[in-house]
Ligand binder design. Structure first.
Ligand code: GTB
Length: 216
């Protein structure tokens, strides 16, 4: 049995923005059933969880003797194990992996910096000025991504783990004016969200939130 970990109480209130969503989505794409171990913020820092995730975070992935952390590594393993969502042709495969790295590094960095600043610094007198710079850094990357995507359906040929990671990241900007400046990125995210595997993954993580709400 494959077991992943996810937040017991996700701060995103069921929006599916935490990284377990990408892992769930990949598992749904390949048709691999999985169990979920929900962890509290406290349990995440305890030795039992740290034994799997040295940085005390979610998601993790366990399959028999194999224990993994890092959503990118997990997605790559899922794709390789099942031989889907990653092209077989060696160059196309390298490019799909490249896009996954682009999502977790180049495109993610300014998005996370902006999110963190809004959370931590928004009460500061100088924040409005800083936000101009933070927004402009995000806008630059989105503009570059939008230009490369153009009117393609997916980032590079067939749908891949690169798209799962990039769409998962862009969803963190949904509802912001920043993403709305790029209609092709909005349409790209919507295409991802229309995939049956995305919907199953989204519903499964939303059920965790709904259960918590119902139980008070
Ligand atoms: N590089 C790692 C990976 O890709 O797996 C990053 C893992 C990570 O950031 N995990 C976060 C975590 O466990 C959850 S996903 N945080 C708890 C901690 O560090 O103590 C990041 C995340 C968290 C919350 C929201 N949200 O509320 O919208 C979105 C994304």
């Amino acid at each position: 049995m494959t077991t992943i970990t996810a937040f017991e109480t996700s701060p995103d209130r069921g929006r599916g923005l935490a990284r377990d969503m990408q892992v769930r989505w990949a598992l749904e794409e390949v048709g691999q059933p999985y169990a979920v171990r929900l962890v509290s913020f406290k349990a995440m820092k305890e030795p039992a969880h740290r034994a799997v995730h040295p940085f005390a975070q979610i998601p993790t992935y366990e399959e028999g003797e194999l224990a993994l952390f890092e959503s990118g590594a997990i997605l790559l393993h899922i794709a390789e194990r099942h031989g889907v969502i990653l092209p077989k042709e060696i160059h196309a495969r390298a490019r799909a992996i490249m896009w996954m790295f682009a999502a977790v590094d180049t495109v993610k960095a300014p998005i996370i910096e902006r999110e963190a600043a809004i959370l931590i610094e928004r009460e500061q007198s100088w924040f409005a000025e800083r936000q101009v710079m933070l927004d402009s850094n995000v806008r630059r990357r989105l503009g570059e991504l939008s230009a490369r995507l153009g009117d393609r359906e997916w980032l590079d040929g067939e749908f891949s783990i690169g798209d799962i990671m990039m769409i998962g990241l862009l969803r963190r900007l949904e509802g912001t004016a920043l993403l709305e400046e790029y209609p092709n990125l909005i349409a790209y995210v919507a295409r991802g969200a229309e995939r049956p595997a995305f919907k199953r993954a989204f519903d499964a993580q939303f059920a965790v939130f709904a259960d918590r709400q119902a139980s008070g």
